[in-house]
Design a protein around this ligand. Structure first.
Ligand code: MG
Ligand code: MG
Ligand code: MG
Length: 306
């Protein structure tokens, strides 16, 4: 039976495109795989797939009895509920090492770079496997998305090099323009409920026994979030917290201003605000904060450890 290549819950562009590009990599080595996703593409990803004429991977939420390659995560909290009944074959990722484990040795490619697709581009080069222009365009977008147009502190020289090489394959000349079009699609708040907006890019973490959920919306301008919408998001965040979490955060990132506004619902707000260097108020602006992975999660994990 074909092995699944599977990204994380609430899939972002990197997670969905990594399933496609990692599948290309494994197939290039003669391994039978099928790219899948744990959800439908969000607006940004839909824009990317449409722009480069690619199909969204099939949605799969149960993996018991299957062989699985993970892309863009290695945390059980971000895997399907029955993941422990699956056989883990490999991981390609750029996050902190998570808590999945395996019965047999697995093939792991994990690097501290800005995007899983940067790792996957290097793997194609190492193994001499070709990337077609459509896939290269989508991989480029994944890098632009995860590194917020190379502005995120997670961005490395490797990401820029991979992006430029992929742009050449895809025939993309203006990376900034493509990136801005993509973020415009991502910033589209129309027609989504407050709950959908919170969960569009949301991750749960176990922080020293406390469940902390963190959503992030990357916007071309914070002005898109009206006072009314902000109040609705806060009310929904309170409900999300009440569903068994110690804290629920929504990080509203302004990609042009290069900072984020924090919405927070918590059993103990001061542990969160202190860790993020702010104080509880109606407008908690976190200057320079663009990366959940580097500028929010480790700070909170440390605070909960203390
Ligand atoms: Mg991701
Ligand atoms: Mg990623
Ligand atoms: Mg992201």
């Amino acid at each position: 039976m074909t092995a699944l290549v599977l990204g994380h819950k609430n899939p972002d562009t990197d997670s969905i495109v990594a399933a496609l590009s990692a599948a290309n990599f494994y197939r290039g080595r003669g391994i039978d795989v099928t790219p899948v996703a744990q959800g439908e593409p969000a607006p940004e990803t839909a824009f990317v797939l449409e722009t480069f004429g690619l199909q969204a991977p099939e949605v799969v939420t149960s993996v018991a009895g299957r062989e699985v390659y993970l892309v863009d995560y290695s945390d059980l909290a971000q895997a399907p509920a029955d993941f422990k009944g699956a056989t883990l074959l490999g991981i390609i990722d750029h996050h902190k090492l998570g808590d999945v484990t395996s019965a047999a040795p697995v093939e792991c490619w994990i690097q501290p770079v800005g995007c899983s697709n940067t790792v996957i581009k290097k793997l194609h080069d190492i193994y001499g496997i070709a990337i077609d222009p459509k896939l290269a365009g989508a991989m480029l977008c994944a890098i632009l998305s995860d590194t917020v147009l190379f502005k995120s502190p997670t961005c490395t020289e490797d990401d820029k090099k991979a992006a430029n090489e992929l742009a050449a394959i895809a025939g993309v000349e203006d990376l900034q323009r493509l990136g801005m079009e993509m973020f415009k699609a991502k910033s589209n708040l129309d027609g989504a409920t407050p709950r959908e907006l919170i969960f569009r890019d949301f991750k749960d973490f176990d922080m020293s026994g406390h469940k902390v959920g963190i959503g992030q919306l990357e916007l071309t301008s914070l002005e898109m979030v009206s006072t009314d919408l902000k109040a609705k998001l806060q009310a929904e965040l309170n409900a999300v917290k009440a569903e068994g979490r110690h804290s629920a955060l929504l990080v509203l990132t302004d990609v042009m201003e290069e900072g984020s506004e924090l919405l927070l619902a918590s059993d103990d707000a001061s542990i969160i605000t202190k860790a993020l260097n702010t104080t509880l108020s109606d407008k908690m602006w976190l200057p320079g904060v663009m990366s959940r992975k580097k500028q929010v999660v480790p700070q909170l994990e440390n605070a909960f450890k203390a």
